[in-house]
Design a protein around this ligand. Structure first.
Ligand code: R7I
Ligand code: MG
Ligand code: MG
Length: 321
């Protein structure tokens, strides 16, 4: 049984872990693995780091859950409309959805403006960590909540189920002992169950993870990219993040460095890895020298930390079994 104190620390770890991964990964977006690896030394330089859409939307989603005590797409859409800062590197589909919300369109009508079948981008997964922590005690509710929040912007099944996978990884990480490595094989079995009957792409990615774990566990960056991907598509980034987190946690910095070494969608993959590993180890094990570089301001580090604490208090009142 995890104490309340540790659980609160883990809620903070998940939200701040996303913030860290996103902010440290952002400078590497679109690089090849070789180029990203050659630039990894810059991670130890000290300067102010700003977050992108990944953290921006995570904070908005957390605020909605705190205020409404549940996952309510209408309220989340209101928060997106109010708080999303579209200068923070947003994807095209999400930008158009938020702009339409601002023009007064109902939330269920904005997800197909750019992509006819809905977006399969990783935008619904990158922001989902508040759902992962809030429903870690009930995976049926977690799956529904992850889908419900995805549907505002990502109605393509690959986009929706990517959010389910990421939320599940965060939820499982929260429930695990922070002092021990993940129980990888058990987590894979649980992920298979949760992702059934979702798109075959996720089951195939789980097969890949199983193969890698049964061989050596750690494989080089280019091989991770070849087998699991480093793209902006949910099915080519969400399983990658789960694989990296499961393999490298509890070493937060090693996990983030490895995510960034893949190149491609580095802010998002590192942000998702940060959320999972942060939910596992908690805030107390996050690197202080990295946290000191995170941006402040009205919606910066202190705001995010406080928000994560309030999300935990809301969970205690509303969702606790
Ligand atoms: O998913 P989304 O919010 O983007 C998130 C990504 C993260 O990496 C963030 O850090 C930020 O950089 O953007 O935004 P979308 O525009 O819905 O999807 C992202 C991209 O995926 C799109 O701009 C397209 O390139 C691609 N994409 C699609 N392409 C063709 N057909 C998504 N869905 C489709 C599709 O149906
Ligand atoms: Mg981003
Ligand atoms: Mg990104």
């Amino acid at each position: 049984m995890i104490s309340k104190e540790i659980l609160k620390d883990k809620f903070r770890g998940a939200i701040l872990g996303c913030f860290l991964g996103d902010s440290f990964g952002a400078g590497f977006e679109g690089m090849s693995p070789d180029r990203a690896i050659s630039r990894l030394g810059t991670l130890s330089e000290k300067y102010g780091r700003t977050y992108t859409d990944d953290t921006d939307m995570t904070l908005a989603l957390a605020e909605s859950i705190i205020e409404s005590g549940k996952v309510d797409p209408e309220d989340i859409a209101r928060k997106f409309s109010q708080f999303c800062d579209l200068t923070r590197g947003y994807g095209m589909g999400t930008i158009q959805a938020v702009l339409a919300l601002r023009r007064g369109a109902p939330w269920h009508e904005v997800s197909r403006i750019v992509f006819e079948k809905g977006s399969f981008g990783n935008g619904a997964a990158m922001r989902v960590s508040p759902v992962g922590v809030f429903f870690h005690h009930d995976f049926e509710a977690l799956r529904k909540a992850a889908m419900d929040q995805a549907n505002i912007t990502h109605t393509h099944p690959l986009g929706q189920w990517g959010a389910v996978m990421q939320a599940s990884s965060v939820g499982m990480a929260l429930a695990q002992d922070p002092k021990r490595p993940f129980k990888k094989e058990e987590m894979l079995i649980e992920l298979r169950e949760i992702l059934w009957p979702g798109p075959v792409e996720y089951q195939k990615a789980l097969n890949q993870m199983e193969t890698i774990f049964s061989q050596s566990g750690k494989i080089e960056a280019k091989e991770v990219v070849r087998r699991l991907g480093n793209g902006i598509e949910a099915y080519r980034s969400v399983p990658t993040a789960s694989y990296i987190a499961l393999t490298y946690s509890p070493d937060f910095q090693d996990a983030i460095r490895t995510s960034i070494s893949l190149g491609g969608d580095t802010d998002t993959i590192a942000g998702m890895v940060g959320a999972i590993v942060g939910a596992h180890v908690g805030e107390r094990c996050l690197p202080v020298e990295w946290m000191e570089q995170l941006e402040e301001g009205p919606r910066g580090y202190s705001f995010a930390r406080d928000l994560a604490g309030r999300l935990f208090e809301t969970w205690c009142e509303m969702a606790k079994p």
